[in-house]
Ligand binder design. Structure first.
Ligand SMILES: Nc1ncnc2c1ncn2[C@@H]1O[C@H](COP(=O)(O)OP(=O)(O)O)[C@@H](O)[C@H]1O
Ligand SMILES: [Mg+2]
Length: 269
């Protein structure tokens, strides 16, 4: 079942290295990922080293083709590194659980909204069902649980995708441009909801976006990738939540990241 694998992706290679590790910590050490050989070789990621602390909300920004999705695919175990290591550490000594949200919700059309969440649960218990119902209420879909995905708008379907990722009680949530296909107003309201759920559930989040404004509105830290998969900046965003795009402090932080883009000539790539 594709959705199940993707939503609950876990990998022994990303298992915790021992009891007592922090919940939802990510350690990337000299990671490179290349595709192909010889003159046609593509360097998608080149020598990345960084750590993400538990409960941190980190945005990864950069122009198209700079390796953002490849990084998430390596972190979730879908792709092996060419060089270096990645570890997603869980606290209990077991496999770290990763929730994945994509650009499209990827719901199973023949399952109701609630069943799309239930199918990815490790065990079908009343407690698991209660958790799914609760999380659907958090994304304001409490009255649409028994609808089919096809009966929902694109924004609602994406809400279900987010609820599904949170419902698996992941240690780390990975999101790959989850709002990029939505209209600006829906995207904004989903950003608010995501921020609220994140603050309530305290997950570690890695959020990929090419939208610098979105990164600043959401993240405590912005990692900037450049073409060739290089990490060129790592910016702390020390602003209170909820953040509003029109606030001076938010606009200033956005300008700071955009300046990095200018200085590195990333707009020209
Ligand atoms: N499976 C693949 N085979 C070959 N090249 C790939 C593959 N996946 C990604 N790439 C290449 O790696 C680079 C980074 O891609 P990607 O991670 O999708 O970038 P982004 O998500 O930042 O737009 C691009 O040049 C892309 O063409
Ligand atoms: Mg991508």
């Amino acid at each position: 079942m594709v959705a199940q694998q993707l939503c609950c992706a876990t990998s022994p290679s990303q298992a915790a290295t021992g009891k007592g590790s922090a919940v939802g910590r990510v350690v990337v050490d000299h990671l490179s990922r290349h595709f192909g050989q010889g003159p046609s070789r593509v360097i998608a990621l080149e020598d990345l080293t960084f750590e993400v602390d538990e409960f941190q909300f980190v945005a990864i920004v950069g122009p198209s083709g700079c390796g953002k999705s490849t990084l998430l695919n390596v972190l979730s175990g879908v792709l092996p590194p060419t060089k270096g290591t990645v570890r997603v550490l869980a606290g209990d000594g077991g496999d770290a659980r990763i929730g994945y949200v994509f650009q499209n919700a990827r719901l199973l059309p023949w399952r109701t909204v609630l069943n799309n969440l239930l199918i990815v649960q490790q065990e079908r218990s009343p407690a698991a069902e209660e958790r799914c119902r609760k999380i659907l209420c958090m994304v304001h879909l409490g009255d649409r649980m028994h609808d089919w995905p096809g009966q929902l708008s694109g924004g609602m379907q994406q809400r279900v995708g987010i609820a599904r990722a949170f419902s698996v009680e992941a240690d780390v949530l990975i999101m790959d441009e989850p709002f990029s296909h939505l209209d600006a107003i829906t995207a904004r309201s989903l950003r608010r909801e995501l921020e609220e759920i994140w603050r309530r559930t305290r997950k570690t989040v890695l959020f990929v976006t090419h939208d610098v404004g979105e990164a600043i509105e959401l993240a405590q830290r912005v990692i900037v990738l450049a073409p060739g998969g290089r990490l060129v900046d790592d910016i702390k965003v020390d602003l209170p939540y909820p953040r509003v795009a029109t606030d001076d402090a938010v606009a200033l932080s956005k300008a700071r990241v955009l300046r990095t883009f200018e200085e590195l000539d990333l707009f020209a790539t």
